[in-house]
Write a new protein. Structure first.
Length: 128
């Protein structure tokens, strides 16, 4: 099995603020595949999430693509992970306090644009 590269970013915000941004539906929609929608009825392991990916400049979609994701782990202020269909598709987001801010890490590469959006959202919004 190959060791996957990871995507990380440091954010000038508290871990509690970043946790809200990665687990609350309306905030997720503002940084992760912007304008796509999230429906998270229960924030607990085994619960299902409906993520609807909307067509944008980063994908080849011509119409909305709803996906049912399953939450694998939810550890407040530490980890939020979910998968589509089977655990081989696991997306894990880890957060940790670092240098008076918060380091956010995805378990694989390719999330740099989303992480940049998250950083901008959190650092420019005093109301989170």
């Amino acid at each position: 099995m190959l060791d996957k590269e990871k995507s990380s970013i440091w954010i000038d915000a508290s871990i509690v603020t970043v946790w809200r941004a990665i687990t609350e539906e309306q905030l997720l929609s503002q940084w992760y595949s912007q304008d796509s929608t999230w429906d998270i009825p229960k924030l607990e392991a085994g619960a299902e999430i409906i993520f609807t990916l909307l067509p944008n400049e980063h994908n080849q979609l011509s119409e909305n693509l709803p996906m049912v994701l399953t939450i694998k782990n939810i550890t407040p202020n530490r980890e939020f992970s979910f998968y589509l269909g089977n655990e081989e598709t696991l997306i894990a987001i880890f957060i940790e306090e670092e240098q008076n801010g918060t380091k956010v890490t995805f378990n694989s590469s390719g999330y740099e644009a989303s992480l940049a959006n998250l950083k901008t959202l959190v650092e420019r919004n005093d109301t989170l």
